[in-house]
Ligand binder design. Structure first.
Ligand code: SF4
Ligand code: SF4
Length: 436
């Protein structure tokens, strides 16, 4: 099979060679794709669905602003199954047999004049079109995130125009090849968020630029981050870069950016553009499928619900059996154990690694070397948080508050000689368990 991965090298900037993944005969669409909540299926077995039709919607007051889930193909709901999600959790899902005419595929959509929409209308659209924010790897309903924001003033949108995990290329390539759409998506988000301005943080060696007329308008500012230095793409690093621009008088107000502002990635901005300007709900994702186990690799535009097995087939299968499958990057990603997992809104990359590329080490007890404390960019005490969590202590409020600052960069894991899962354990703390 022809290799289609050469776009990832700077001397072959051929993103156009990325392909729409094969349309699978069956898709599996989980009802849990945002905020960790499973939504209520609005369809019955045997119902016909069209491409982009809502098949699951949030229930109850808590997830009232949740992002709806759509069928990514036209077809018939064959059954409801339980499936494993890319983050390892379980969810019910609709298995849909592809058949019938497509509503969006291959058809030109007329752009909508979104400037006429109010913030409230845009938020309703975000919800009904299923838009989630994937800025930090987890999927959060964008309407929920904006409605839950407690900032009364100093609301800014910050767009990171590169991947936070340097082993991944998806966001960087979307930013580079769909720059104008990403910018327009960010503008729409800013209107919905009632923001005072937008900051685009570009990678150090960006092969794209932000249009001069945008830069001339002081609603916008651009900053640069050295994306080769992990964790340059995390909230606090981005804030530092944006605040530097405030030395220029017309951008003075950007000194007020803070961690409660709206942080977006290019994939989210592109889905906002598609949903609001073109009216297409979130039914596809760009996914980078790669790894030395595959016969070929590439960037695919994938219908949600396509299984990883289908993508492997499209890559010509395996040349070597994988020992590990990693979703969303080698630094921040998570391992999965099976190929029948469907692509959901959270997936940006899949990497198949052979055993020779893995360093298998057993975890042992903490030896109190202090390396995790020394490397933590947020000056946390990961060893202490790990100890308290793993021994099931109820965390005092001040300690629990420090855990919430954790940006999940996983640097502590990478230096720990005892191979402890510090980052993952702190994430569990933040999910509410152990807190006083
Ligand atoms: S993952 Fe570890 S190193 Fe990164 S911010 Fe959290 S505690 Fe600190
Ligand atoms: S790096 Fe690992 S072994 Fe060293 S103090 Fe931190 S948790 Fe303990």
């Amino acid at each position: 099979m022809k290799a289609i991965n050469n776009f990832i090298y700077p001397d072959h900037p051929m993103f156009e060679t990325s392909v729409r993944s094969f349309l699978p005969q069956n898709i599996v669409v989980p009802f849990c794709q945002a905020d960790g909540k499973e939504y209520e299926c609005t369809m019955e077995i045997g119902d016909k669905v069209h491409e982009g039709q809502t098949i699951a919607a949030p229930k109850g007051i808590i997830s009232a602003n949740g992002a709806c889930i759509h069928s990514s193909v036209p077809g018939e709901i064959q059954t409801i199954v339980q499936c494993t999600l890319p983050d390892g959790k379980l969810s019910y899902a609709a298995r849909i047999k592809t058949q019938g005419e497509f509503t969006f595929l291959g058809k030109k959509q007329n752009p909508v004049e979104w400037n006429l929409f109010s913030s409230a209308t845009l938020l309703e659209e975000f919800k009904s079109k299923g838009i989630v924010n994937t800025f930090l790897g987890k999927t959060v309903s964008l309407a929920t995130e904006i409605r839950n924001c407690t900032l009364k003033k100093h609301r800014f949108v910050i767009v990171r125009m590169f991947d936070e995990d340097p082993s991944r290329y998806t966001d960087t390539l979307i930013a580079s090849h769909f720059t104008e759409k990403v910018i327009e998506g960010a503008k729409i988000a800013a209107k919905a968020f009632e923001a005072e301005g937008i900051a685009f943080v570009l990678p150090k060696k960006a092969d794209f630029t932000i249009a001069q007329e945008l830069i001339d308008d002081n609603f916008y500012v651009t900053a640069t981050a050295d994306n080769t230095k992990y964790p340059a793409g995390f909230i606090h690093s981005l804030m530092r870069q944006v605040r530097k621009t405030s030395k220029i008088p017309e951008y003075e107000r950007f000194i007020n950016v803070n961690h409660k502002c709206l942080f977006l990635d290019p994939e989210t901005c592109l889905s906002i553009y598609d949903a609001i300007v073109l009216g297409i709900p979130v039914i596809e994702r760009f996914v980078h499928v790669t790894g030395t186990c595959l016969n070929s690799a590439g960037m695919f535009k994938v219908r949600l619900g396509t299984t990883i097995r289908d993508l492997v087939e499209q890559c010509g299968g395996f040349s070597t059996p994988p020992s590990k499958i990693v979703i969303n990057g080698l630094i921040r990603g998570n391992g999965i154990a099976e190929l029948d997992i469907p692509i959901t809104k959270m997936v940006k990359s899949i990497e198949f690694l052979p055993s020779r590329e893995l360093c298998v080490q057993k975890s042992t007890s903490c030896i109190r070397c202090g390396r995790c404390r020394a490397i933590c960019p947020e000056h946390l005490v990961p060893d202490l948080l790990y100890k308290m969590a793993s021994e099931n202590f109820i965390l005092p409020r001040d300690i629990a508050a420090t855990a919430r600052i954790c940006g999940q960069c996983a640097l502590c894991n990478s230096v720990c000689p005892s191979r402890l899962s510090l980052c993952q354990t702190i994430a569990l703390l933040n999910s509410g368990e152990n807190n006083a």
